[in-house]
Design a protein around this ligand. Structure first.
Ligand code: UD1
Length: 364
């Protein structure tokens, strides 16, 4: 069975890596790897292929940045001829980025089976571009692989045929388990002069936080306070960096003596940083999951999450962008970090294997 596997943006790479590895044990599967080129900077893309040992993509569509419509349309225009030429039995997409919906839509319209890895997650917030991508991708998928129990509930309530749905666990955690020891060898703490549990990691890139000066300003208010207590490291997404300049926040950020802004960093160093942090403040989806397994307290600067298991069973809590709410949660977590945590079901490093096995046995 020929399967085109699509990845496009940074959070896709950790999800594709264990799948490409798992296929090797199933000789009926012939994988083709396509990179859409949605992310293209060396530090947002190439570095991850090297560190995660992802095979070189068979094809790179090199779409680059643009508005949502431009980017989605460009992926579709470049992906359609490839599907026609390669004639796959299936197109597999992961996550919720623009490349995910674009390639799923092309495949569905050409009558090629669509598989969605990380199906069923819902924030119920249609103002979030990823939520639109998730809902639409699931609607046109033939096989839906779910990472946490909420996904099963959501797909059932949307009327998706249960025969298409498989609860397999979390491929992101496969990657975490596979790379944990390697990450431990990195020297990032020493290089940054940090001590275990004596610093905070921050990541922010969501449009609702970093494209909105009011929200971004409130988060900076909180960071100003936090960095008086513990040093902060902030590996910065290009979108966030651009906005700091555009919104005139440069001087405020520079004035924070214990705030260290870094270029985007690789997977292994970031894993080490999050594993040893006192806590993480983020708006990323994947980091909510990783901190759950690492048992690092996580404050999520959002009003909702599509990954509720990270709150029920992990260290995650939603703090929004209100600076006093962020600071209150920060103080509570510092005084009493969460304990007695059990990992979510099937977050055991075997999700990609379960997916490959299901694909190998799949009959249209
Ligand atoms: C995308 C995903 C988001 C994911 C995030 C992880 C969508 C709708 N959003 O958001 O779900 O959490 O990736 O990073 O697909 N840029 C660069 N270099 C790059 C890539 C981007 O400089 O390699 C800059 C460009 O200015 C670009 C901007 O970042 O316009 C945004 O990139 P884009 O891919 O549109 O969305 P992300 O914010 O990265």
């Amino acid at each position: 069975m020929k399967v085109i596997n699509v990845c496009g943006a940074r959070p896709n790479f950790m999800k594709i890596a264990p799948l490409m590895r798992a296929y090797k044990d199933f000789n009926t599967i012939e994988p083709v790897l396509v990179h859409t080129g949605q992310h293209y900077d060396e530090k947002m893309s190439k570095l991850f292929f090297e560190e995660l040992e992802i095979p070189r993509p068979d094809v790179n569509l090199e779409v680059g940045s643009g508005s949502h419509a431009q980017q989605t349309a460009e992926v579709m225009k470049r992906f359609e001829p490839l599907v026609l030429e390669r004639n796959p039995d299936m197109v597999l997409v992961v996550g919720d980025v623009n490349s995910t919906i674009a390639c799923a839509l092309v495949a569905a319209k050409l009558g090629v089976a669509v598989t969605h890895v990380e199906a069923g997650l819902r924030s119920f917030d249609m103002a979030m571009p990823e939520e639109i991508n998730r809902v639409l991708t699931d609607r046109i998928s033939d096989l839906l692989f779910v990472s946490e129990p909420s996904g099963l509930v959501n797909l059932r309530s949307e009327g998706v045929d249960p025969a298409k749905v498989h609860f397999v666990g979390n491929v992101m955690i496969d990657t975490l388990q596979f790379n944990r020891a390697k990450a431990d060898q990195t020297k990032i703490l020493g290089q940054l002069g940090l001590s275990e549990k004596q610093y905070v990691v921050v990541t922010l890139h969501r449009p609702s936080n970093v494209d909105e000066p009011a929200a971004f300003g409130r988060i900076l208010d909180a960071l100003e306070q936090i960095q008086q207590d513990l040093p902060i490291v902030f590996p910065m997404h290009p979108r966030t960096r651009n906005n700091i300049q555009k919104m005139g926040f440069g001087a405020r950020v520079e004035a924070m003596k214990q705030l260290r802004i870094l270029e985007p960093i690789g997977y292994l160093e970031f894993l080490k940083l999050t594993a040893e942090a006192a806590l993480v403040l983020t708006d990323s989806g994947g980091i909510q999951e990783e901190t759950t397994i690492l048992r690092t307290p996580c404050l999520t600067a959002r009003e909702n999450t599509e990954r509720p298991v990270t709150i029920e069973q992990g260290t995650n809590q939603l703090v929004g962008t209100d600076s006093s709410k962020i600071l209150e949660a920060y103080r509570k977590v510092r005084a009493a970090p969460p304990s007695n945590l059990a990992p979510p079901e099937k977050w055991d490093g075997q999700a990609a294997r379960r997916i490959a096995k299901t694909l190998a046995e799949w009959q249209p």
